[in-house]
Design a binder for this molecule. Structure first.
Ligand SMILES: Nc1ncnc2c1ncn2[C@@H]1O[C@H](COP(=O)(O)OP(=O)(O)OP(=O)(O)O)[C@@H](O)[C@H]1O
Length: 465
């Protein structure tokens, strides 16, 4: 059965990268309903421009949401605007004795951790403030001491859950120290607001990176103490970069923004991501609706996936090939669009489909076809030098006689020169485009128009390199 409601809950601390985007995509593909929640509680690292950027990047990828910013009540989906809700739940936990204020300073905590490490123990809060009496707490607060709020982890418990990807998981509560759920400045810690919001927003399934696996037992304890229903969790292997380290916003790796600026099409990126750690039977380029149709939690792999730029280029090729005229036209840069005469637009786009991976390549061909062909490259120059002027003289005559009919032009040129095959096509290609590779010769003849074609052929009658 399909998961009911899934979500993506990024923190706006940088541009989203391929790892974040795959998490968003898997959730969007898996669920009946998909929710976007902005986890912007870290005042130091979160920036409003990153919120705008992540919304723009998700929309560019075609990952839309049923609930989230832009919904009827957008405030509900920004954690920075939900403090009153969190405060109510903090009060519940404190009243039940499941949370207590902690006055330990960051310096004291660092010293405790250092001592534990030196003794070969895992760093864990030793419970210094767990046993403070209400009077002691009052007295410290009256002195103006700042406190965090810690969750009191129940001792001797086994916390188990069935991970959607990794199967049964078990943790001992005795291995988990009491942890902070509210920072000293009053803002909620990730573990707390993330778990509470999933429950309050009725999220049924959470797919997230396995960097969160250790958080899950803690979040299950919080939700249990609050009598809230937890979602089912699935922890995805992280996507690694070229250096073997997980992609991270902190190191600015492989951002969606950068790929977009490089000219990748969203469908290429989405087809790559959908297959990074998920197996599809269908090997062809798929639309988002088709990707969603074929998505299966059981087909998610357990090993880390490495980003492979060659794979992305493979999907880019498929996406460019499949793109319709409107998409390709928008994808070209402004300078390219202005070069292309309106009657040639559709044919130029066909040329782009079979010859270009990126807008800059389309621009290159637009400049060759509709601008000044420029200097031939060394290979084309060699061919031009080896071809006698008479060949171009004959080509010019044939072009004048058949300015609109490429087939008739070639037939006539063969007759006039007795040359055929490579010896005919290479010098023509070199004269018309300055290259020996590229689009079909017929397009190089038709698209620039008779005037340009004849000028280019005439140039090689008189002009020897
Ligand atoms: N390299 C990665 N591969 C796959 N998923 C990832 C990767 N990095 C983060 N995620 C997932 O993306 C989601 C959003 O995470 P978050 O906004 O915290 O991004 P982040 O890249 O971890 O940021 P930061 O670098 O600030 O810690 C989470 O589910 C997280 O597990």
């Amino acid at each position: 059965m399909r998961p009911g409601k899934t979500r993506f809950a990024p923190s706006p601390t940088g541009f989203i990268h391929l790892g974040n985007a795959r998490t968003a995509l898997f959730n969007r593909l898996a669920g009946e309903r998909f929710l976007l929640r902005i986890e912007d509680t870290d005042r130091e690292r979160c920036r409003t421009e990153y919120v705008a950027a992540l919304i723009e990047d998700l929309q560019w990828l075609g990952i839309d949401w049923d609930e989230g910013p832009h919904s009827a009540a957008p405030d509900d989906y920004f954690q920075s605007r939900r403090q009153a809700i969190y405060d109510r739940y903090y009060a519940c936990l404190e009243q039940a004795g499941s949370a207590y204020p902690c006055f330990c300073s960051p310096e004291e905590l660092a010293q405790i951790r250092a001592r534990q490490r030196a003794a070969g123990q895992p760093p864990r809060y030793p419970g210094t403030c767990a046993r403070l009496s209400p009077e002691e707490v009052e007295a410290r607060l009256a002195r103006g001491l700042k406190s965090t709020l810690r969750f009191r982890v129940p001792p001797g418990r086994q916390i188990t859950f069935d991970d959607l990807i990794r199967g049964p998981q078990a943790f001992r509560s005795d291995d988990i120290g009491d942890f902070i759920i509210r920072r000293a400045d009053g803002t909620p810690a990730f573990l707390f607001c993330n778990a509470v919001d999933d429950a309050l927003m009725a999220v049924t399934h959470v797919l997230r990176g396995e960097d969160h696996l250790a958080n899950t037992p803690r979040q299950l304890l919080i939700l249990e103490a609050l009598r809230l229903t937890p979602p089912r969790y699935g922890h995805l292997p992280l996507i690694l970069g070229d250096d073997g380290a997980p992609l991270s916003k902190r190191n600015g790796s492989r951002s969606i923004r950068e790929l977009r600026q490089q000219g990748y099409l969203p469908l290429a990126v989405v087809n790559l991501l959908a297959r990074l750690g998920h197996h599809y039977r269908e090997e062809a380029l798929l639309t988002l609706a088709e990707l969603s149709e074929g998505f299966d939690l059981a087909a998610i792999g357990k090993s880390p996936a490495r980003f492979d730029p060659q794979q992305l280029d493979y999907w880019q090729k498929q996406a460019v090939h499949a793109a319709d005229d409107a998409i390709l036209w928008d994808w070209l840069d402004e300078a390219t669009r202005t070069l292309i005469p309106a009657p040639c637009r559709s044919e130029f786009l066909s040329l782009v489909r079979s010859n270009c991976l990126f807008p800059k390549e389309a621009r290159h061909w637009a400049e060759i076809l509709f601008g000044d062909a420029g200097k031939p490259d060394p290979d084309a120059r060699r061919v031009l030098e080896q071809t006698p002027a008479e060949f171009f003289q004959a080509a010019l005559e044939a072009a004048r006689r058949h300015p609109e009919d490429y087939q008739a032009f070639v037939t006539e040129l063969k007759t006039l020169t007795g040359v055929k095959g490579k010896r005919l096509f290479q010098p023509l290609r070199a004269a018309l485009s300055g290259r020996l590779d590229g689009p079909e010769l017929e397009r190089l003849y038709r698209l620039p128009g008779p005037g340009r074609v004849q000028t280019r052929l005439a140039r090689w009658i008189t002009h020897r390199c």
